[in-house]
Design a protein around this ligand. Structure first.
Ligand SMILES: Nc1ncnc2c1ncn2[C@@H]1O[C@H](COP(=O)(O)OP(=O)(O)O)[C@@H](O)[C@H]1O
Ligand SMILES: O=c1ccn([C@@H]2O[C@H](COP(=O)(O)OP(=O)(O)O)[C@@H](O)[C@H]2O)c(=O)[nH]1
Length: 241
């Protein structure tokens, strides 16, 4: 039976906010949410515990708001609140697909979502609930990539997965440089030394210091997630070499 030889028990999946907007220029495309819910449901169905971190780039980014004249910290607060909205939309899609889930926020938001609590999160994961960690790290000047690595390490996930628009880590940004070539595997230090900007450096350093394997893969590719948890070679693996 496909999926029975799964390699991981608990993973942390990071979805970029931009990916949620699908073909729209802003906001959330419910079709994308439904497809992601289905793919996440397949993992839950074969007994894999799934933590989720969702970005906010489809709504607000602190750095962009700063360029438009806002105070950076205010902009980062807006960005973190945007991730809570995305998390609520994802929970809604998971619920519609009958997949048990809960949202936790690094910023207390009583009456809307639970405040992040590591022990509660781990217990929920053990009960096969998808736990969506929202509001990033709760601090300005960080990104949701760092939040994903941080929460992944905290809840003892075995792998952090970054689902993004490109199908792995390249020698240069493949969107800007069509001659860039893809790595199948590379070390944390290679990503740092070569300044490969697929993920922010804080996130890479966190993973390196805690030996957390990281896989970057294409969100649009159907079945990629299931293939990865079954030990398949999608995208690029960043590990200690
Ligand atoms: N060396 C690289 N390999 C792969 N992607 C890269 C690289 N450098 C920059 N990128 C860019 O990083 C993006 C992935 O980051 P992501 O966080 O999903 O996007 P964003 O920062 O726009 O939300 C890709 O869309 C790609 O264009
Ligand atoms: O710990 C965090 C995580 C996120 N953000 C803010 O939230 C925005 C949205 O997150 P991100 O850019 O990581 O989203 P993604 O690119 O994944 O959609 C960021 O630009 C920051 O302004 C923050 O201040 N602290």
């Amino acid at each position: 039976m496909p999926g029975t030889d799964k390699k991981y028990k608990r993973i942390l999946l990071k979805l970029s906010g931009e990916a949620l907007m699908g073909d729209e220029g802003f906001g959330i495309d419910p079709k994308v949410l439904d497809r992601m819910a289905l793919e996440i449901g397949q993992l839950v169905g074969i007994g894999i515990q799934v933590g989720l971190v969702i970005g906010g780039g489809n709504l607000f980014r602190g750095a962009s708001l700063q360029k438009a004249g806002l105070d950076r910290v205010t902009g980062d607060h807006m960005g973190m609140l945007a991730t809570v909205m995305n998390a609520l939309a994802m929970r809604d899609a998971l619920e519609r697909a009958n997949i048990p889930s809960r949202v936790m926020s690094s910023i207390p938001m009583s009456g809307v979502v639970d405040h992040y609590d590591r022990r509660k999160a781990m217990r929920a994961l053990e009960r096969a609930e998808v736990v969506i960690f929202s509001a990033g790290t709760g601090n300005p000047f960080f990104t949701t990539d760092s939040a994903a690595c941080l929460r992944g390490i905290e809840v003892e996930a075995e792998l952090v997965l970054k689902a993004t628009k490109v199908d792995g880590v390249y020698t240069a940004d493949p969107v800007k440089d069509p001659s860039a070539t893809k790595y199948d595997q590379l070390s944390y230090d290679e990503v740092l030394n070569k300044q490969l900007e697929v993920m922010d450096l804080t996130a890479i350093v966190l993973c390196r210091d805690h030996k957390m394997p990281l896989r970057i893969f294409e969100m649009e590719k159907q079945g990629a997630l299931l293939n990865i948890v079954n030990g398949g070679d999608e995208g690029t693996l960043v590990v200690e070499l």
